[in-house]
Ligand binder design. Structure first.
Ligand SMILES: [Zn+2]
Ligand SMILES: [Zn+2]
Length: 177
């Protein structure tokens, strides 16, 4: 049986990881398994930006090699960037095996708002499903409520739902049947 492996990178909230591990099965068809955390890869850190380069971390995730890997989803507490963007919520091979997203900007405390774990869980599930959606060949969706909508702000993230819209769900099943 193939598994979606969840890989915590650096320090992350174990409650969030456990929640994702349970909930992802509701949207994708594979069971999940949480791996032991790996250290933040120093090679991906940009001192000036104080952020980690998403593409470099994807390269690290690519090194994981077991026989029953369906996908590997990295979850990092630190903030991410990619060359053309001041920050990214996540990145994925589209299509591919490996995906990554950051919890940093999903935490209301990042915006000087009170801590709210339920909100972080909700946001994290959206980002996890979004990045894994890319690995299953889905691209961005114009429907602002669809999980594949390209969120550029936390308001965009909050505005979308945890699941694929009907069109994306159909595409997901067509590409992966
Ligand atoms: Zn995307
Ligand atoms: Zn959609």
């Amino acid at each position: 049986m193939k598994l979606i492996y969840i890989l915590p990178i650096g320090q992350t909230d174990p409650k969030i990881i456990r929640y994702l591990s349970k909930q992802l099965l509701g949207y994708l068809h594979f069971p999940t398994k949480v791996l032991g955390a790996i250290a933040l890869p120093a090679s991906a850190y940009d001192k000036n930006r104080q952020q980690y380069r998403a593409g470099q971390i994807i390269r690290e995730i690519r090194l994981f090699d077991f026989s029953n890997i369906e996908k590997v989803l990295g979850i990092i507490g630190a903030d991410l960037y990619s060359e053309d963007f001041s920050f990214v919520y996540g990145e994925a091979e589209a299509p591919g095996r490996n995906a990554l997203f950051s919890l940093a900007r999903l935490d209301p405390q990042y915006y000087d708002q009170p801590a709210n774990q339920e909100l972080v869980k909700k946001r994290a599930l959206k980002e996890a499903t979004h990045e894994l959606g890319h690995t299953y060949s889905l691209s961005h969706c114009p429907d602002t409520h669809c999980v594949m909508y390209y969120a550029q702000s936390i308001e965009d993230v909050d505005n979308k739902e945890e699941k694929f819209c009907a069109r994306c769900q159909k595409l997901y099943e067509m590409y992966n049947s």
